[in-house]
Design a protein around this ligand. Structure first.
Ligand code: CO8
Length: 258
């Protein structure tokens, strides 16, 4: 599939999606967000794909929503006609695991998009920030909600109110990203992590992703009950049979198609 603002590649069972508007530091516009939705949906329904990596360029994962594109919007455009917001959350419907691989700027909507990935691997050049206040708007794709959950209220308020960017080391220290790697190894490391995930049973990976996301929506006892039902339901599945038999037979499991 050819896109205007994305480059997509398949590496074995891993799909790699690159945001590609280099002249605008991958500013996220309507066409790119539509294409991103299409790319995610296509890979998500492909049973050969076990993990998706979302990345940008060396200079920018994404420097936020496209400012010139939205400068003249009215409340009617944004609220009634749902401009901007209508195509930003396709990623949340993706059941296949998604890793964000962030180098350079992840600002505003770029940082929010990274936070919608299941986890983020950052290059040592990565910079995260929510500078919306500096251009006179609140965040709109979840930063006021996901950032405090990810890094705590104090750090989130600091970033949101001062528009301060944090570097990769601070992002890792605060839990915004899972690991930091050398910039020239980012794609290699992200593909390696994705390949590891893609070798696991996809059905179980999807269930784990679903259960972790439930943790942000329901009280603890409900979440644990939800997990327990998933655990009960695992018994008798091909993945459980193969995983446990492979362990006893001292061989690597083969989860292909499971
Ligand atoms: N939109 C459009 N173009 C951009 C953006 C952007 N967000 N960011 C950078 N660019 C463009 C610049 O205009 C410039 O283009 P040109 O060469 O034609 O002038 C080019 O990219 C390079 O940028 P700079 O020359 O500024 O590069 P620097 O290295 O000097 O600075 C920065 C890089 C610090 C990233 C700087 O460009 C910057 O501050 N960018 C804006 C960051 C920002 O404010 N982002 C938040 C935008 S608002 C938002 O994201 C809200 C999302 C809500 C989504 C809701 C959906 C549900």
């Amino acid at each position: 599939m050819q896109y205007e603002d994305l480059i997509v590649e398949v590496h074995g069972k891993v799909a790699l999606i690159r945001l590609n508007r280099p002249k605008a530091l991958n500013a996220l516009n309507d066409r790119m967000m539509n294409e991103l939705g299409e790319a995610f949906a296509g890979f998500d329904k492909d049973p050969q794909i076990g993990c998706i990596v979302l990345t940008g360029s060396e200079k920018a994962f994404a420097a936020g929503a496209d400012i010139p594109a939205m400068i003249d919007y009215t409340y009617q455009d944004t609220y009634r006609d749902n401009y901007i917001t209508r195509n930003w959350e396709h990623i949340l419907k993706v059941r296949t695991p998604v890793i964000g691989a962030v180098a350079g700027y992840a600002l505003g909507g770029g940082c929010e998009l990274a936070m919608m990935c299941d986890f983020v691997i950052a290059a040592d050049t990565a910079k995260f920030g929510q500078p919306e206040i500096k251009i006179g708007v609140t965040p709109g794709a979840g930063a006021t909600q996901r950032l405090p959950r990810a890094i705590g209220k104090a750090k989130a308020m600091d970033m949101l109110l001062t528009a301060r960017t944090i570097d990769a080391a601070e992002a890792e220290r605060t839990g915004l990203v899972s690991r930091v790697v050398q910039a020239d190894k980012l794609i290699e490391e992200a593909l390696a992590a994705a390949t590891t995930i893609a070798a696991m049973p996809l059905s179980v990976a999807m269930q784990i992703k679903e259960a972790v996301n439930v943790a942000y929506e329901v009280p603890l006892t409900e979440g644990v009950r939800y997990e327990r039902r998933m655990f009960h339901a695992a018994f008798g599945t091909p993945a459980q049979r193969e995983g446990m038999h492979a362990f006893l037979e001292k061989r690597l499991p083969n989860f292909d198609g499971l």
